[in-house]
Design a protein around this ligand. Structure first.
Ligand SMILES: Nc1ncnc2c1ncn2[C@@H]1O[C@H](COP(=O)(O)OP(=O)(O)OP(=O)(O)O)[C@@H](O)[C@H]1O
Ligand SMILES: [Mg+2]
Length: 353
């Protein structure tokens, strides 16, 4: 049975998910684990200190008894930009010439210091019979990719694919999309410093954005405005949530206000992105959103997002879309870990190229 290890290098932690797929295409989660990174080793989703990241990866491999060195690794940070672009339909060869020429119009990072990758998502016709091709364009700063690869090299890991976290989310979660549901579903992963958004219709991506803002901004607010220590700020944030109402015991109204205000800023950013999508001619009405990532754990965030987007928001359940094998984790541990696992699982589900 082919198995794959998906590796999510986040700002807070490195996470690996090992998934096997049988002949019928059924996926089983075989192993899962994470190691928390020391602060600063990965900043804003970018590997800053390859040596430290490599040490954490080595720890992760030995703690979880992972043997294969081959990994499908994900990226999401401000040095990588994804755009879905619709172009008039031409042959693959003509497309290969056209895409790099068009890319600078769509990608807001200088292409001479970036690597450009693209893939055809679908070919379609508009109401008037004009044929189009939808292309996913990905531009990534070379230096950022180099530091990521350096961390993998030092940990003796071999990247077989380099994928976007947003597309991993889609693979991990799109199966949840009820077949009878018309319209688009939005997947939102709120991390420490990155919020990934991807809208899809029955698994076909319609819109993708990586916001350079995550739940860490809420923690930072408590640290900078109230001079809290990091652990105190994390605790206060988790305890307070953003549901409104009187602050819990031991939390000042000031702290509760900061958490709520910054959560609101984040929600407004997500709404702004989706408004941009919704304003496009070819956009599909959004029917619901699924929320994942550590930041999704903030009490009240789901309701706040639901109000802003005017659609129901539900917790994403990556573990419900595949069989869970003998991971060595208890059901309670798995349930607690679930919000953190969408990206790693989705990376492990990447098709073999
Ligand atoms: N119980 C909780 N309540 C509120 N927030 C939480 C809770 N648990 C974790 N978080 C927040 O989730 C964030 C971490 O999420 P996650 O682990 O998904 O990020 P990451 O993948 O490491 O970062 P990124 O994707 O941005 O690179 C932190 O800001 C943390 O404070
Ligand atoms: Mg993340």
């Amino acid at each position: 049975m082919p198995t794959r290890i998906g590796l999510d290098i986040g700002t807070n932690a490195v996470r690996a998910a090992k998934v096997s797929t049988n002949r019928d295409g059924e996926a089983t989660l075989e192993n899962i684990g994470q190691v928390i990174l020391p602060p600063g080793a990965v900043r804003d989703g970018e590997v800053v200190d390859p040596q430290t990241v490599a040490e954490c990866l080595t720890t992760l491999w030995s703690e979880r008894g992972l043997r294969s060195r081959k990994v499908a690794v994900g990226v999401a940070n401000q040095q990588v930009v994804t755009r879905l672009v619709d172009l008039p339909s031409v042959s693959d060869e003509e497309l290969a010439e056209a895409v790099p020429l068009q890319a600078s119009e769509h990608v807001p990072i200088p292409l001479d210091s970036a690597t450009l990758d693209w893939s055809v998502l679908e070919r379609f016709a508009d109401g008037e019979g004009n044929e189009f091709v939808r292309v996913a364009l990905v531009a990534a700063h070379r230096d950022m990719v180099e530091r990521l690869l350096e961390a993998l090299r030092l940990a003796k890991l071999d990247p077989i694919t380099l994928d976007l976290d947003a597309f991993a989310l889609l693979r991990a979660l799109a199966a949840d999309h009820l077949p009878e549901t018309e319209g688009a579903e939005v997947l939102v992963d709120v991390g420490t410093s990155i919020t990934d958004i991807i809208a899809h219709e029955h698994g076909a991506p319609r819109f993708v954005r990586e916001l350079t803002m995550g739940s860490g901004r809420i923690t930072d607010g408590l640290i900078t405005q109230l001079a809290m220590r990091v652990d105190e700020a994390e605790r206060t944030k988790a305890l307070t949530g953003c549901s409104g109402g009187p602050p819990p015991e031991g939390v000042s109204p000031e702290a509760a206000r900061i958490v709520a205000d910054r959560a609101r800023d984040l929600v407004e950013e997500v709404r702004g992105s989706l408004d941009y999508y919704r304003a496009q001619d070819h956009s599909v009405p959004v029917r619901r959103a699924l929320l994942t990532g550590g930041g999704a754990q903030l009490a009240g965030l789901s309701e706040m997002l639901s109000e802003a987007l005017e659609v129901p928001v539900e917790p994403a359940r990556p573990l419900s879309n595949l069989k869970v094998g003998r991971t060595g984790l208890t059901d309670d541990e798995l349930e607690e870990a679930e919000p953190f696992l969408s990206v790693a699982i989705g990376l492990a589900l990447a098709p073999t190229s």
